[in-house]
Design a protein around this ligand. Sequence first.
Ligand code: ATP
Length: 202
Amino acid sequence: MRLIAENLGGERGGEAVFSGLNFALGKGQALIVTGPNGAGKSTLLRVVAGLLPVAAGRLLIEGGAEDFPSIASACHYLGHQNAMKTALSVAENLRFWRDFSGADFLSAEEALAMVGLDGIGHLPFGYLSTGQRRRAAIAKLLVSRRPLWLLDEPTAGLDKASEERFGELMREHCSEGGIIIAATHLPLGIEGATELRMGEVD
Ligand SMILES: Nc1ncnc2c1ncn2[C@@H]1O[C@H](COP(=O)(O)OP(=O)(O)OP(=O)(O)O)[C@@H](O)[C@H]1O
């Protein structure tokens, strides 16, 4: 599977935020999107996820159409918000996302263990600390198999150990043929990733 952007443009509120972006990502490749606040990193991720329309150019996936007829069906989108219900337990939230996303992978309990949150699945999500909430949201990536991970500031609020653990999960995803696009202000520890700098004047 390859994800290709050709002359891609995105806009917010009718105003162009970026234009003329080109990239092609094959199995196992990662793209790190950097740039100052307001450069359009989140907008790009939302366009790729299908949450905002493509304003110019095109985005396509090649290969894997039988399993993933659209980019949206191939991706996990981890935005700034964790997208978890505070009144439901952590495990209930993960089971919801597992059912919603399909292609079961790890159980809620197994996924929580992978982010170092074993034994807290029964707690309401709202009881968790900021970093624990982010880790539980990261566990969503592991309850169903989707090849394309779109990550917006994924390590914001994580302690050092959790940051390193997540680095390992991302490297594992790539080594299994997954693709990652991550917007970040912090190093993520993915070797060999390509960097896309947004908001810079040539
Ligand atoms: N809903 C909206 N309506 C209009 N403009 C918006 C909307 N959301 C974002 N913008 C504008 O789009 C531009 C790009 O925002 P975006 O969130 O993509 O930047 P970013 O690079 O992710 O920034 P940060 O590093 O602060 O997260 C900004 O100028 C922002 O003000």
